[in-house]
Ligand binder design. Sequence first.
Ligand code: SF4
Ligand code: SF4
Ligand code: SF4
Length: 312
Amino acid sequence: MKKINRRNFLKYSSALSLAGVGMSSSAKAQPENILSPDRMGVLVDTTQCVGCRNCEWACKTSHNIPADDIEKFHNRDIFKTFRRPGNDSYTVVNEFKNKKNELIPINVKYQCMHCDKPACVSACIVGAFTKKETGAIVWDGDKCIGCRYCMVACPFQIPTYNFEAAFKPNINKCDFCYEERTSKGLMPACVEICPVEALTYGSRTELIRVARQRIKRYPDRYKNHIYGEKEVGGTSWMYLTSPSADFQYLQLPKQLERTAPGVSESIQHGIFAYFIPPVALYAWLGGLMWLSKRRKDILKDVDLTDEIEGGK
Ligand code: SF4
Ligand code: SF4
Ligand code: SF4
């Protein structure tokens, strides 16, 4: 077998680096982030939500995720534990104590917020996330390389990774029912099934107008704040709540000083500041390990030679 000396190693590693640069340049796609003035959204009115979890059931069934009978979703024991969306539930509803009226809890539905300046889109180095004209952020399994930067970048902890499918990257999150519904002008499954109109689907601009109107008309019922209008640069899903609750108490993160893409881009730019693509990085790390092992072997040889010579 051909021996690899240090010079050869450097030659191979720089060739690998160049291959990496080539690969990364072709694999790195420009993120697509269409910000249409007509993009759609959903207004979640937490003062209306009754915590029936019909939306969870509808989301599962419309995405072919196995689900119990809808009646089982009405069991409120589940609210004892706070849940986040996961691989088998792209939306979940939680319950919070209402500090003003303990008889009426506050229920909050969570899912991808379909951000206007999406951290997942800007963090993804291969352009696997796209913001569509409708407002939906969708994920493309054919492009994804499973790096999971999107999971780190998302300020709402939304994308989840299916570790059972380790060899086929599988990121799961709400897709705003893009394929089957919203791209065809239909409303999302969760909105359609909601029995109390806690979810309103419409153009984002119109939803902001509706939300402002509700706040103005019922100041005792609503806090004067539309969550998502400005947070992280604006989101397609927005929330109203009662004056006694604040959004952080409802586990919706505080307004960030920098928009999420600003943060994720700095993570990405830190890694790619000198455009060190993953293959080059691995080659370099591998090289360091090889050199360190080689050094140890040489020192061992020298020690042994010394011992032999000294023993003469
Ligand atoms: S909530 Fe997270 S996953 Fe959804 S669009 Fe925003 S950054 Fe992306
Ligand atoms: S919009 Fe569709 S995918 Fe998203 S939570 Fe609602 S039903 Fe689920
Ligand atoms: S279906 Fe409507 S009322 Fe029922 S939990 Fe979902 S958002 Fe709330």
